[in-house]
Ligand binder design. Sequence first.
Ligand SMILES: Nc1nc2c(c(=O)[nH]1)N[C@H]1C(S)=C(S)[C@@H](COP(=O)(O)O)O[C@H]1N2
Ligand SMILES: [Mo]
Length: 365
Amino acid sequence: MQPKNNAYGARRDFGHGDDFTDMEVSRALRNHGSLYEGLATDVTPTSMHFLLCHFDIPVVDVGQYRLSIHGRIRRPVQLSIDEILKMPEQSYAVTLECSGNGRKNFHPRPKSQPWNDTAVASAEWTGCPLGPLLEKLGVEIDASEILFTGLDQGVEVDEVIKYERSLPIDEALRNGVLLAYAMNGQPLTPPHGYPLRLIVPHWYGMASVKWLRSIEVLDREFHGYYMDKAYRNKSSEDEPGAPITLQKVRSLIIPPGVRYRHDGRRLLKSGPVTLQGKAWAGRQSILRVEISLDRGRSWKDAKLRKSSSEFSWTSWTFPWNAERGRYEILSRATAADGSVQPTSATWNYLGMENNSVQSLSVIVE
Ligand SMILES: Nc1nc2c(c(=O)[nH]1)N[C@H]1C(S)=C(S)[C@@H](COP(=O)(O)O)O[C@H]1N2
Ligand SMILES: [Mo]
C-alpha cells in the first residue's frame, strides 16, 4: 500500500512490511549513530559520537586495572593507568567511521547493526603514542603483528570469545596510533572504552579496540573471529572475502532547514543558504567535493577547508540561492588517489564499506 501524501507532500508511513528483526532492534538500542546534525561541528561532542559495542560494557575498577604488554618484546610490562598518564601525551581529532556505515543503502538489507549514514564522528582523543612506547620496550626483530585484546567478551556463533584484533607491525607503529585515556578533554566514558582504548587513525572503527586489556607482539599471523569472519567484504557467507582496512572516500551533507519528523526530508525557506558538510578518505586527503542539486545531472565544486588535524575530516561549504521547488541534493567526494564516491556501492553479505553518495530531499518554500 502506498502511503498518502499530506499538504507538504510528506509521506506518513508508520512502517508496514520489511520489519526489523529482534537482533537489529537490540543492536540499534545498544548502539547509536552520530546524527546528521552532529556533523555540524569540527569536533564531535562525546554525547553525539556514534557508538558500537558488541558485548556488555565492561565495569572496570581503575585501581585494579593493568595493561599487559608482552610477547616478542624485550621488556614486558604491566602498566597501571597512573603509569600511562605519566608518559608522553598527544591530543588530536580523529575521524572514526564504522565499516558498516551506510548499510541501510544496500538492498536487500544485510541484517546487522542497522546504520544509516551517520556511524562517523571526529572526537579529540588524548593519550600516549603507541609506537615510541613499544620501541622503548624493545620490539624483537621477528615481530610481524600486534594483537590488541579488549576486556569485553560474549558468545559469537557458539563460543565465548573476546573482542580482539591484530594490526600489521608497521601499521601499529605508525604516527597517530594512540593509547587513549581521554575523549574531548574528559576521561573516556564507559561505552567509549574506559579506562583505555586504542585509536587507529584512517582505519575503519573496528581496529580501535576499546577497554584494552593486553597488547601482544606476535611473530606470526593472528587468526580470530573478528579477523577471519567479521569485518570482511564478501559476497556470500562462505566466501572468505577481503579484509576491511582503511576508510574509503566519503562525504556527508549537514541537513539545511528543518526536519520533517516522519521521513527526515528537509523544509527550507527560499533565499541564500550555505550548504555544509564533511568529507574524508582514510589516509588520502580530499581533492574535491562536488554538489548536485538535481539528483546528479549536474555538479559544481564545493569549497574545502582543511582540518587542523591530519587525522580528521575536511569541511566543505557550498553557497546556494535556494529557489522554490523540490531538490535531491547529493555530495560526491574525490580523494587524492583519484578514487570517487560511487552512485551505488557493490552489495556485500555483511553490508560493509558502503561509501555511495548520500541523497537528501529538500523542499524550498
Ligand atoms: N573491545 C571492543 N572494541 C571495539 C568494539 C567492541 O565491540 N569491543 N567495537 C569496534 C567497532 S566495530 C567500532 S566502529 C568502534 C566504535 O567506537 P565508538 O563506540 O567509541 O564510537 O569501536 C571498535 N572497538
Ligand atoms: Mo564498526
